[in-house]
Write a protein that binds this ligand. Sequence first.
Ligand SMILES: [Zn+2]
Length: 75
Amino acid sequence: MTRTSKSVCLECLNVIDCQMILRENKVFLCKHCVDHGSFETPVYSDANDYLDVLSNRPGSKPPTLPKACFEGLSP
Ligand SMILES: [Zn+2]
């Protein structure tokens, strides 16, 4: 299972492609920078936590944002 996204290189801070990969029941964020190579960051120590996040459909569990977030959007 992979899921491509965007992230930044920790070395040069360029925007690079990254992939969420599932391995040994852990979830890693796999990044690849053309200048600095590949590196992995563990995201979830238990893959089930990640799968729970993915399965949360909008509507079944709406995100709750602090009121300040909405106030910031108003002109
Ligand atoms: Zn880099």
